[in-house]
Design a protein around this ligand. Sequence first.
Ligand code: GLN
Length: 507
Amino acid sequence: MRAEWTIDEARSAIAQRQITAAALAEEFYARIKKEDVEIGAFLTLSEDRARAQAERVDKMVAEGKPLPPLAGVPVAIKDVMVTRGLRTTAGSKILENFVPPYDCTAVARLETAGAVVLGKVNCDEFAMGSSTENSAYGPVRNPRDKTRVPGGSSGGSAAAVAAGMAVATLGSDTGGSIRQPASFCGVVGLKPTYGRVSRYGLIAFASSLDHIGPFARTVRDAALVLQTIAGRDPMDSTSADVPVPDYLAELEKPLKEGPSPCGAGECGAGVPAREQSQTSQGTSSGPIRIGVAKEYFGSGLEAEVRAAVEAAIQKLASLGCEIVPVALPHTEYAIPAYYIVATAEASANLARYDGVRYGFRARGARTLAEMYRETRDGGFGMEVKRRIMLGTYALSAGYYDAYYLKAQKVRTLLTRDFDEAFKKVDVIAAPTAPTPAFKLGEKIDDPLAMYLADIYTVTANLAGIPGISVPCGETREGLPVGLQIFGRHFDEARVLRVAHAYERARG
Ligand code: GLN
C-alpha cells in the first residue's frame, strides 16, 4: 500500500470511486498492524467507530451527495482529547480504564467533516515531556530512526503521520508539543493562536498555555485540518469569537502583497500603509517581512540545525521576502517562566484525579486520605509528580509572589517583545528545536536537559501567538530539521502562506 496520502488525494480517490472509505481505512489498519509493532504510536484502535464513519462516507458517495472536506480521510487523535465511548488515557495509568461520556469539540468537528478516526495515539503522561518517554504505556520510536525519540509530548501524533499510519493527526501544544515532534519526525505541525481552537474535551495540563492543532504531511493539509477545527465554541469560554478566514484561498496568495485595501488615505487618513500594518491584523503592501532574532540562534543551537534554518531563511529571501533583524530580549527567561506557570496550573488541574471521579483507584486503603494518597502515588508517574510538587510550591503562601507572580510578569514582557517585533515584521522565522531527534534514554534522567528542548517553542505559548514547524532539511545522519514560523495573534493565514511557499520552493 502507498503510505504517502495527502488529504486531497485520499478524498478525491474516494470521490472518484477509486477506493471506498472503508477499504482505505482497512489499508491503514493493515499498515498500523505491521509498522506500529516497532513504533508504538497507537494506544487504542477504534475500528468499529472508523468502520461506521467510513460507511457513512461511502453511502454519501453512492448517493452522489456532495462530500465534506475530509470525507474518508484516516486520522488519529492524541490520547489527551476525550472521545465518547473510546478509552482516553492521557498516557497515564491513572486514566487506564477511563471511557469518556462525550467528544472533544475538535474531534467532533473532524468527524462532522467526514474524517475517519482510526484510534488514539500515545503521548507523554498528561502531555508533560519532550520525548514521549513519560508515557505509562511505553515510549514511541521515531520512524526516521527507531533508536531515537519522536519528540514530545505529541510523539504518537507525529510518528503516525511520519510512518504513513494516518493522513493527519491532532496533537496538543502547551510548550511546543506539536512543533517539536513535527520537527523531529519530519512532518508539519501547527500550533494556532490561543483561543482559535476550542479546548473543550482536551484533558487540561496548563489551561492558559494548552492548544490543540494539526499534524500533517503538507502545509496545505495542516490548513485544511485547521479550517475544520477552528472557530468559536460555546462550550469553551476562552475560544475566540474571531472570524475564521478561508485558509486554502489565503495559502495561494503571493508572498509579495498588493497595496492594502485601506491605502491612499481612504481609511487611514495620512497614516502610511506600513504603520497601518502594525495593528494585529494589518496587511502591508510590498514583500512579506520576516523577522530574525539573534536570541533564537544562540550557543545551544546545533551547527547543522542552524545551517538548515539559515538556508531556509535565505530561500524565503530568494522568494521575495524581506529579512529584517528583530530583538526578542526576554527570550532567555522563557524556560523558567514557562516551567513555573505550567507546573502551577498543572498542580491545580491534576487535583481532580483522586480515585473518586475517574479511572484508577488504589485498593485496600483504610481511610479516605489513604485512598487519595495511594491512588495518586500509584497512578501518576515520576514527571507528573515532580510537576505537581513544583507547581504546588510555586503557588504556596509566601512563595506565590516570588515565583508565580514573577513568572506572570515575565510572561507579559515576553508578549511585549513579540508585539514590538510584529510592528516591524509580518512573521518571525526561527529553528523549532535546538537539536534534531535525540536517542531514547539520552535525556530521561536529566529533567533540565529535557526542558531545554523547548527553548524555542515555549515563547509562543506564553504569548499565545501561532507557530508552525515545517521540514527544512536533514542532518548528515538523515535526521529531519524543522523551520519554525511565528505570526501575529489570529494570523495563521499568513504563517501558513509563508510555510506553504517555502515548502513548494524546497520541493
Ligand atoms: N515539553 C514541554 C513540557 O514538558 C511542553 C509540553 C507540551 O507542549 N505539552 O512541558
